[in-house]
Design a protein around this ligand. Structure first.
Ligand code: FES
Length: 131
């Protein structure tokens, strides 16, 4: 008979619970929700302007501002913005997305880009984007 210390016994019980429930949680699609990250933009954008960050692109036009994720919905490459054509384009497989709505213009991507919540303010920080 093997004698276990109370700490080790608690650890092994916890391990068993994890081993039993983890596949079930994966099967039903449960994921631990991510904590929101608030990105503050200190400077106001020019009229009709936009700002590229590593994670999103922020637009401010006609009293309407919105932010789109720069992560391609096909395989996750980082999108580039074509100002002349007003589309977000993927350098990996050339998917294209509408810069106003995030909808797919050209595949292989099938899902639209994530539209991120933006809070516009009168003083600095002028924009707070929740990623
Ligand atoms: S990763 Fe963007 S189109 Fe394939």
């Amino acid at each position: 008979m093997i004698l276990l210390s109370p700490k080790r016994r608690i650890f092994l019980h916890s391990l068993w619970i994890f081993v039993l429930f983890y596949p079930i949680m994966r099967f039903i699609g449960y994921t631990i929700p991510k904590k929101p990250v608030y990105v503050k933009i200190a400077a106001p954008l020019p009229v009709g302007g936009y700002q590229l960050t590593s994670d999103f692109i922020l637009f401010d036009r006609d009293d309407n501002c919105w932010a789109l994720s720069r992560k391609c919905t096909h395989l996750g490459c980082k999108l580039h913005y074509s100002e002349t054509r007003e589309i977000l384009e993927c350098p990996c497989h050339q998917s294209q997305f509408n810069s106003s709505t995030g909808e797919v213009v050209k595949g292989p991507a099938k899902r639209s880009l994530t539209l991120l919540p933006v809070e516009k303010r009168e003083t600095s920080p002028y924009y707070i984007v929740t990623t």
